[in-house]
Design a binder for this molecule. Structure first.
Ligand code: HDE
Length: 663
């Protein structure tokens, strides 16, 4: 399947097949292994231009990593709107259901550097570039609907606090350290987002199963110039799943590429992840109808109050050809908008509009980064901007200014009725001040709403998250201050965390009084479809090829990924084999476990595998022999989510729940 962006990229792709090796100046090279020297053991000669060029280019291969969101992984895809949304917006990609718009998505972690592990506890970036026929629209969002701060001027402070500490550059990839928790305690607006990060949302199982949120309040503007406030959401068709913290930590060592590998392999296999674009819309006259300020990025619009409408679908169906050329050089910007979409006065959003281009100029070495293939729009670009580093175009003609008569005033402006962008004509009136609006100052009601909306397991995981993270701080003062903040949200939470980390429970109960819940905040509400999950089948002793074949049949029929794991690799039949061994496979790399045994003694590695899978609450299936042999293992053979059966399709039943928290 081709799309406009792919066609454009294909035109720029370089293929070395059958080609002669040349220098960058096109001279054919005859020798690429030995430098030019005087005699076989003599001095090297600088006149070896191929050597000089090869080394010089290599010396400059690295560019600065992103200051935040450095570690990321991207894929191409398509977006299609379900119905014409012209009631709300004039944007062409949102009003034409027949139209397929190419997209490029980059998922990322925030804190860690480019080589940090995927499964750290962190917010995930979810940035989407829509290559629309009216220009590029970037939805530069996260997997958590709120943000730590309300004003962009505090962003450097937040990031300095969460990044590795400057005196020893530790820790890498996480927020479990003093400066982050000091920031948390001293900047109460960070409470809400931090609660989300300490919940299961902070350790997603993969990129395919995260939600996406534009976070800010944007405006949709229709052809008549009428505006509505809007929040953008991505709802994963794959459902939402998280890791267990212990599992996430082990994975950071076992496979630091865990998330990118999952996305890459799913797409390679043709198992394309999908998200539905969803909108929450507030009419202008409702702006002040809520007990929170709709411009405050630390607040959600509870879905029970402002329903979410699913309006379109995005499918990621193509991996990049080259990660540096495409993913690393991609420049997302919340300021890339198209006619029919506009900003609001959210002070965080306004600040972002400055930051992204600015950082991209230093990261990509000049202002012409829009000409890099991945960043080019699919429609034509014409203006009077000229020159600068790495100019890729050859501009014709004498004229590079507006207005002109010499070139018939081209390139010409376009009236708004014909698709020229027009900023929404909001009326503003006020004094210049540096002060946060009073309506932004309720820092605790929504954290409480989030807490009230979690189920018991999710609540317990959050207590563990806080206890681990704050517990890792060295300063007793920081730990105490952090617990004092939690005491403003919820007394029980503060008590439990205080006890776990050995600080004092604050004397007075300062918790915000609210019983409010939102039914859409628990991850439980997501249906988790079976396809795409993985099964490790551990083989003990002699299991017939026929038996394995009958299991493989069930896995294939249910689109489950699987591996037969044994002591040694072994080809069983033409199609089936033991591809993984107890040395290469690990329980954290699979969603579930089946143990098939004959009546020989169980291999100790299988016992360890089963115990860890049990600890991580995964579905387990043992055949009768295996169950007998695992009698002494540290797991409850009759516990929740443990099935004893010789039937291959028991795994389907076992996956009725992706995790059995009630063990
Ligand atoms: Fe970003 N952010 N951000 N951010 N952000 C960057 O831009 C910034 C914020 C987000 O995959 C940087 O090109 C400021 C919120 C994503 O390439 C930088 C503020 C949200 C990505 C920057 C915020 C995001 C970035 C670093 C406070 C969710 C990765 C490299 C006002 C809605 C995009 C770059 C990618 C990247 C600045 C807050 C999401 C420095 C000043 C809120 C997904 O410009």
């Amino acid at each position: 399947m081709s799309n406009k962006k792919q066609d454009q990229l294909n035109d720029m792709k370089k293929d070395n097949d059958g080609k002669a090796l040349t220098t960058n100046n096109g001279v054919k090279v005859s020798e690429d292994e030995n430098t030019l020297t005087v005699g076989e053991r003599g001095p090297s000669l600088l006149e070896d231009f191929h050597f000089r060029e090869k080394i010089m280019h290599f010396d400059h291969e690295r560019i600065p990593e992103r200051i935040v969101h450095a570690r990321g992984f991207g894929a191409h895809g398509e977006f299609q709107v379900y119905e014409d949304l012209s009631e709300y917006t004039s944007a062409d990609f949102l009003t034409q259901p027949n139209k397929t718009t190419p997209v490029f998505v980059r998922f990322s972690t925030v804190q860690g550097s480019k080589g940090s592990p995927d499964t750290v506890r962190d917010v995930r970036g979810f940035a989407t570039k829509f290559y629309t026929d009216e220009g590029i629209f970037d939805l530069v969002g996260n997997d958590i609907p709120v943000f730590f701060i309300q004003d962009a001027i505090k962003f450097p402070d937040l990031i300095h606090a969460v990044k590795p500490e400057p005196h020893n550059e530790m820790p890498q990839g996480g927020s479990a350290h003093d400066t982050f928790w000091d920031f948390f305690a001293q900047n109460p607006e960070s409470t809400h987002t931090t609660m989300w990060v300490m919940s299961d949302r902070g350790i997603p199982k993969n990129f395919r199963q995260v939600e996406g949120f534009g976070v800010h309040t944007f405006r949709l503007v229709n052809r008549e110039g009428q505006a509505h406030f809007v929040k953008f959401h991505w709802k994963p068709v794959q459902g939402l799943e998280s890791l267990v913290w212990d599992e996430a930590q082990i994975l950071s060592g076992k496979d630091i590429d865990f998330h990118r590998k999952d996305l890459y392999e799913s797409i390679e296999k043709g198992d394309f992840p999908e998200w539905e674009l969803a909108l929450q819309i507030i009419r202008p006259e409702q702006e002040f109808d809520f007990d929170f300020d709709i411009l405050d990025p630390t607040k959600i619009w509870p879905e029970d109050q402002v329903p979410v409408q699913k309006v379109g679908k995005m499918t990621l169906n193509r991996n990049v050809s080259n990660v540096f050329d495409e993913t690393e050089q991609a420049t997302f910007h919340p300021g890339h908008i198209v006619p029919g979409i506009d900003f609001t006065n959210d002070p965080l959003l306004q600040g972002r509009l400055f930051s992204y281009t600015d950082t991209q100029i230093s990261r990509l070495g000049g202002p012409n980064f829009n000409q890099i293939p991945i960043n080019r729009p699919v429609n034509e670009v014409h203006n009077n901007q000229r020159d600068a580093m790495h100019q890729m175009n050859v501009h014709k003609g004498q004229v590079a200014y507006h207005k002109n008569a010499l070139n018939n005033n081209d390139p010409h402006t376009t009236p708004k009725e014909e698709g020229g962008y027009e900023h929404y004509q909001e009326k503003v009136d006020g004094h210049k001040i540096q002060k946060r609006s009073e309506s932004f100052k309720d820092y605790y009601s929504q954290p409480k709403l989030y807490l009230n909306s979690l189920n018991e397991d999710e609540y317990n995981h959050m207590v563990q998250g806080f206890s681990f993270e704050i517990g890792m701080c060295k300063s007793i003062m920081v730990k105490q201050n952090a617990v004092n903040q939690l005491n403003k949200v919820d007394r029980k939470l503060a008590e439990e965390v205080a006890q776990n980390i050995g600080v004092t429970v604050p004397e007075t109960n300062e918790e915000v009084q609210s019983e409010s819940k939102d039914s859409q905040l628990t991850m439980e509400k997501f249906n988790i479809p079976l396809p795409g999950h993985s099964v490790a089948v551990l083989i003990n002793g002699d299991i017939s090829a026929e038996t394995l074949k009958s299991y493989a049949k069930v896995f294939t029929a249910n689109k489950l990924n699987y591996a037969f794991v044994g002591k040694h690799p072994k080809s069983i039949s033409e199609d089936y084999g033991i591809t993984e061994t107890f040395n290469t496979a690990h329980p954290t790399l699979f969603d579930s476990l089946i143990v098939l045994s004959d009546d020989s003694d169980i291999n100790p590695s299988i016992e360890e595998f089963a115990e860890l899978s049990y600890k991580h609450n995964k579905p387990l299936v043992f055949n009768q022999h295996a169950a007998e042999k695992l009698k002494n293992a540290k797991l409850d053979l009759y516990g929740s989510g443990v099935f004893i059966s010789d039937e291959p399709d028991t795994i389907v039943k076992a996956f009725e729940r992706a995790r059995y928290w009630d063990r």
